[in-house]
Every structure is written in structure tokens, then in C-alpha cells.
Design a protein around this ligand. Structure first.
Ligand SMILES: Cc1cc2nc3c(=O)[nH]c(=O)nc-3n(C[C@H](O)[C@H](O)[C@H](O)COP(=O)(O)OP(=O)(O)OC[C@H]3O[C@@H](n4cnc5c(N)ncnc54)[C@H](O)[C@@H]3O)c2cc1C
Length: 368
């Protein structure tokens, strides 16, 4: 059987392993201590549950599928082998780099600043909150920052502030009105959102903004985007840009080596969604099996995972804005050149499938 080495056991790596299992001799290299888990749900750990509750598959599943799941940190790929930091070498016929991304950390002068990317980050945050921290400042009012703020408030009675440079939260996904609605809803949950503000420096217990205001911050948490994890590719002489550069067949500049998920860069774009990591995991398996055409990423979809707030966004905000009363909620539709470019749903979960399907179709045909 052909040997496949997959580096990184996140959403993309596990999906690729699952899609290749049975037909190939698959080795999945896990760089974390825990069994592969759903990264998108790590904030649930703040509620006190253990990492087992987030496992993608139980330990026995890998053995049943014939996937060899090994622990290790890959440092280099050379001569059709992955070299681990332990010195061990994993030979392969084809390899898939699925090393994900790491959080962008800012230098504001606090060595104990945190980010939320790995389960170990959430466990460390939990420990500090249990240890009596009274105020958390989160830099970045994107999806992850807002979800983290809501999760902390759900489980701990602490002051939570979110600092965002843009004039309103989720500027890439939402229009200004929907963003204002969301801000009010999060405000009701006790989250203080400060927009149009730039964090300047962080001292012990507080964060100072560029306009001189201070925000209480026993814990300082960065949620200012991610950087594709390209160290392994770089050390192996594989071409990188923002991420690991791949062709539409997800191949890198090194023969027989592919890259997928948050680590990959396709036509100048990097990804940051589990949706695309999973899709690429399926796609790369088809490429290896010889059955795939070029990878075309599906429309991004955003769903805020905050209890009691039902908000989803598809596509972009290009063109003119139309507000539609959707019975149980509200839909905001964007239209350009007669086509639907994007849909935002507020409290209208029943329309998810229709809204997703509407993007790219004629606006005149839209039925929600
Ligand atoms: C809190 C949070 C919430 C999110 N919510 C959503 C959501 O609602 N919807 C959505 O679509 N996306 C969401 N995302 C983003 C989503 O989790 C990522 O897009 C997805 O996990 C990317 O999958 P991946 O397989 O490319 O990489 P990852 O899941 O990041 O996995 C990469 C793995 O590779 C390992 N690794 C790195 N380098 C090495 C090495 N040299 N050797 C061995 N192992 C290595 C890493 O430790 C990691 O385990 C969220 C992310 C976070 C952090």
C-alpha cells in the first residue's frame, strides 16, 4: 500500500486521514497532547468539561480505520520522509501538511498575554479565572474574540471588555445595523465593547488605549487574527507566501507534498475556517486517488456561536442592501449586478439552507 504521512491532526488532517483510510497506509502526526479535537468548540472547556468531550473520534476509531496516530512535532521534510523533533523519521510516498495556524500576538508589553487557539490555552485561561482574576480584556472584536468574551461571561462573573479598531464589530461579515444589534445583545450579557479604539500598551492589571483611556485587564487576551503555520514548510525549502503556496490540486512546490487548511495559500488567499479545512481534506484525498478536478472553495459561512444570539452570514456585503422580514427573524440581502452577493440572517435559523443556496443566484428569483 502507498504510504501517506499527514502532519497536523486538526480538522483538515483528520478529515484527510479519514478519507484516505482503507486504501492507503496512513500515518497521522499529532503535535498536541490531546487526541484530535474540535478546535471550534474549545471555549466549551471554560464550562468545566474535559477535553474528551471535544474529541473528533475516540482513540479506538483510529486503530479500527487502520490509521497510525503518532505523537510528535515535525521539524523537516526531506527525501520522502518527515523528520520529527525526537529524531524519528516517517517515510512516505505522499505527504500532506495540515499544520493549521497560530494566533497573531501583539507586542504591547505584557509577557503573560494569552490567545485562544489550542485546548491548552483554554485550560490555562480557566486556571487564571479560577485563581481569582476579576477583569479580562480581549483585543479584537472578530468572531473569535466575541465568542470568547461571551463564553467567559457565561461561566465567570468577571468584567469582560473587547477592544476593536474598526468602527463597528464584525465589519467583514456584518452591515453596520446588524452589527449595532449584535453589540446591544452582547451588552445585555455584560460585555463592554469599545470600537474605533487602538490598544497602545499593557501594564499589570490594565490596558491603555491610544486615546489615553484605560481598560481593566487582569488577563489580556489577543484575538487579532491568525498566521498560517508555515515553519515546517519553510525548514523544508517549500515555497511559502502568506501561507504554504498550493496549486488548485493542493500540491506544494515539493513533489508529492500537499498542503491543506489554515496553513495553505491558494491564489493569494489563505483560509481560516473549519469548513475549508475539511473540504480540502476531502479534496486532497481525491487528488491522491486520482479522481479530483481543481479545488474550488465554497462560499464562506459565518455563524456566531453565542447562546441566545442567532446570527449567520454568507457570502460578501457587495452591492445594495435589502432588508427582508423573514417571519421568525430578519434577513439582510446584498445584491450586485442582479445577483445575490451575500445574506445575513438574524434569528431566522429556518432559512439557513435557502440563504446559503441563494448566494450567486439572481436576486429576482430570491424566495426566502
Ligand atoms: C476558538 C475557535 C473557534 C472557531 N470557530 C470556528 C467556527 O465556528 N467555524 C469555522 O469554520 N472555523 C472556526 N474556527 C477556525 C477553525 O478551527 C480552523 O479554521 C480549523 O481548525 C483549521 O483546521 P486545520 O486542520 O487547517 O488546522 P488546525 O485545526 O489548526 O490543526 C493544525 C494542527 O497541526 C499541529 N501542528 C502544527 N505544526 C505542527 C508540526 N510541525 N508537527 C506536528 N503538528 C503540528 C497543530 O498543533 C494543530 O494540532 C475556530 C477557531 C478557534 C480557535
Amino acid at each position: 500500500m502507498e504510504r501517506i504521512a499527514i502532519i497536523g491532526a486538526g480538522i483538515g488532517g483528520v478529515q484527510a486521514a479519514s478519507s484516505l483510510a482503507g486504501s492507503y497506509d496512513v500515518t497521522l502526526i499529532n503535535g498536541e497532547d490531546a487526541l484530535p479535537y474540535y478546535r471550534m468548540r474549545i471555549e466549551e472547556l471554560l464550562g468545566g468539561s474535559g477535553i474528551e468531550s471535544l474529541q473528533i473520534h475516540p482513540a479506538a476509531w483510529y486503530a479500527e480505520k487502520g490509521i497510525s496516530l503518532i505523537s510528535g512535532h515535525a521539524v523537516r521534510i526531506a527525501n520522502h520522509a518527515v523528520i520529527l523533533s525526537s529524531g524519528e523519521s516517517v517515510p512516505f510516498d505522499k505527504a500532506i501538511i495540515a499544520t493549521g495556524a497560530r494566533p497573531r500576538m501583539l507586542s504591547l508589553g505584557r509577557s503573560d498575554a494569552m490567545a485562544i487557539r489550542f485546548s491548552s490555552d483554554v485550560m490555562a485561561l480557566r486556571q487564571r479565572l479560577d485563581g481569582g482574576a476579576a477583569a479580562v480584556a480581549i483585543i479584537g472584536g472578530g468572531l473569535l474574540g466575541l465568542e470568547a468574551a461571551a463564553s467567559i461571561r457565561e461561566h465567570y462573573d468577571v468584567k469582560v471588555s473587547v477592544v476593536e479598531t474598526a468602527p463597528y464589530i464584525l465589519p467583514n461579515q456584518l452591515d453596520e445595523e446588524t452589527s449595532a444589534y449584535l453589540r446591544d445583545e452582547l451588552g445585555k450579557k455584560g460585555i463592554d465593547i469599545i470600537t474605533g479604539a487602538k490598544a497602545d500598551k499593557a501594564g499589570e492589571g490594565s490596558l491603555t488605549l491610544a486615546d489615553g483611556r484605560t481598560v481593566p485587564a487582569d488577563i489580556l487576551c489577543y484575538s487579532a487574527g491568525v498566521i498560517p503555520e508555515t515553519s515546517l514548510a519553510e525548514a523544508s525549502g517549500i515555497s511559502i507566501g502568506k501561507g504554504i503556496i498550493v496549486s488548485s490540486s493542493l500540491g506544494t512546490s515539493m513533489p508529492d507534498v500537499y498542503a491543506i487548511g489554515d496553513a495553505a495559500e491558494l491564489e493569494g488567499h489563505t483560509f481560516g475556517l473549519a469548513l475549508h479545512a475539511r473540504e480540502m481534506g476531502i479534496h486532497v484525498a481525491s487528488v491522491i486517488k486520482g479522481t479530483a478536478a481543481g479545488y474550488v472553495p465554497s462560499q464562506p459561512m459565518t455563524q456566531l456561536k453565542v447562546a441566545g444570539i442567532d446570527l449567520s452570514a454568507f457570502g460578501t456585503k457587495d452591492g445594495s442592501r435589502h432588508e427582508i422580514d423573514a417571519g421568525e427573524g430578519r434577513a439582510v440581502v446584498f445584491e450586485k449586478d442582479g445577483l445575490v452577493t451575500g445574506v445575513i440572517l438574524v434569528g431566522a435559523r429556518q432559512l439557513l439552507a435557502k440563504a446559503k443556496g441563494a448566494v450567486g443566484k439572481p436576486f429576482a428569483d430570491l424566495v426566502l
